[in-house]
Ligand binder design. Structure first.
Ligand code: HEM
Length: 416
């Protein structure tokens, strides 16, 4: 545990699994999302389930839970398989040995998944422009300005920081158009027609306790939240997986063997449980390069963590980046060893030593969705191509809300 007191206030970084459990589960009512995190995320995510607190959060979480049950996620398998096919069609005409920015490719394909699962009737905008605006937006809000860190009021100009307002306006209006079009379309549909995409489910979502639905602002905020929380995270997890596979050709050969066998008849329900090495690869990539590399909270009242006092108002940070490479918790923590996540080994991992999706009541609502999507995409990519690192490029992780490779991930594509 590391504690520091400075002008920025009191910050405690906890890496002891039992203290983490205390913050995220046992004494969770004493912790809320901290002001800095909310200042960074709220302009983009609005008051969706990620940034909401208290009763508002509980109501949203209850209403949204049915959208992400294993059964609901299972129904997205065909859409995810279509995205994998879309990527294959995109790469097939490319010449052998072509250099590709895999970070960008993963960003495109994970956006394609969201498009097919949230609004299969289209983004009402050019996807390339949508993806680019989103990249600019997250790049801009992800770069913390010193004035944001010290909590200066919003009207003080942030010199040197590109304001993401234009891309934010672009999203808000694109999403409003999509929602309005969907309402019109739904009204025109015969009663009882099954609509299984996330947007239709959001519009129909009800809090099981109060039967209240989500208002217009909340639907929009949660569409932006699903995109904001589910897009770059999954894309980065895939990018790091492909990077690690390129560094470990022996393991890659085993994964190739697995996917060639499991996807013989294409991507279907029967294939998923057979993609064990593929899934272990993704989980190990999330360990070494957790896309959400830091989680933070503010203590509402005083507390004690691992024998140290934490005062009210203090920021408590749980850093999966530090935790996942902790030498007291992991054997050879810096080694890529996906066998840690193979059946028989996986069960031995302490629940609070591995937190790529967080834990407790605010655990990632999209975890099952992300894992299914990632396994399908990773397996499909490994089946169609072998990716090697581009010579001369230095890979460096950088934290911009999510942990991504600075300057992208150029790789050389060899067709299989
Ligand atoms: C590999 C991909 C993903 C990673 C690593 C990831 C990681 C996380 C983490 C660590 C949290 C908890 C944050 C905290 O406690 O402060 C979280 C929350 C959340 N995630 Fe994910 N996520 C991923 C994919 C997704 C997807 C695909 C979606 C939706 C489609 C999604 C939606 C959300 C939402 C809505 C929350 C807020 C839940 C709440 O506060 O009740 N995430 N995610």
């Amino acid at each position: 545990m590391v504690q520091s007191e400075s002008l920025l206030g009191s910050v405690t970084v906890v890496s002891d699994p039992s203290a983490i459990r205390h913050v995220l589960v046992d004494n969770v009512t004493n912790y809320r999302k901290d002001a800095l995190q909310l200042r960074i995320l709220r302009p983009g995510l609005g008051d969706g389930v990620f940034t909401a607190e208290g009763e508002d959060w509980r109501m949203q979480r209850r209403a949204l839970a049915p959208l992400f049950t294993p059964r609901a996620v299972g129904e997205f398998l065909p859409a995810m398989a279509q995205s994998a096919a879309w990527l294959e069609a995109r790469w097939t005409p490319l010449r052998e040995g072509r250099r590709l920015d895999i970070a960008n490719e993963m960003s495109r394909v994970t956006l394609d998944v969201l498009e097919r699962t949230i609004f299969p009737q289209g983004l009402a905008r050019d996807p390339a422009i949508f993806a680019q605006a989103m990249g600019t937006y997250f790049e801009a809000i992800g770069r913390m300005h010193p004035l944001d860190i010290i909590g200066a009021p919003d009207w003080l100009p942030r010199i040197g920081k590109s304001r993401p307002d234009a891309s934010l306006r672009f999203f808000a209006s694109a999403v409003d158009d999509i929602i309005a079009a969907r309402r019109r379309w739904l009204e025109a549909q015969p009663q009882g027609e099954p609509h299984r995409d996330l947007l239709t489910r959001l519009l129909a979502a009800r809090d099981p306790q109060t039967s209240a639905g989500l208002d217009e602002a909340s639907v929009r905020a949660n569409v932006l939240t699903f995109i904001g929380a589910g897009h770059e995270t999954t894309a980065n997890g895939l990018t790091w997986s492909l990077y690690l596979l390129a560094l470990h050709p022996q393991w890659r050969a085993l994964v190739e063997q697995e996917v060639d066998e499991a996807l013989k008849d294409g991507v279907n329900e029967a294939a998923l449980p057979r993609l064990i090495r593929t899934r272990a690869t993704f989980e190990e990539a999330l360990r070494l390069y957790p896309p959400a590399a830091s989680l933070s909270r503010e203590a509402i009242g005083p507390d004690e963590l691992a024998g140290r006092r934490v005062r009210a108002g203090a920021t408590v940070v749980v850093s999966p980046w530090v935790l996942h490479r902790h030498r007291k918790l992991w054997d050879k923590p810096d080694y890529f060893d996906p066998t840690r996540f193979m059946p028989g080994q996986r069960e031995k991992i302490d629940r609070f030593a591995y937190l790529p999706f967080g834990a407790g009541p605010r655990v990632c609502i999209g975890m099952g969705f992300a894992l299914q999507e990632a396994v399908i995409l990773l397996a499909s990519i490994v089946k169609m191509a072998r990716l090697d690192l581009a010579p001369g490029h230095r890979v460096e992780p950088v934290m911009r809300i999510t942990l991504r490779p600075s300057g992208g991930m150029p790789m050389i594509m060899h067709k299989r």
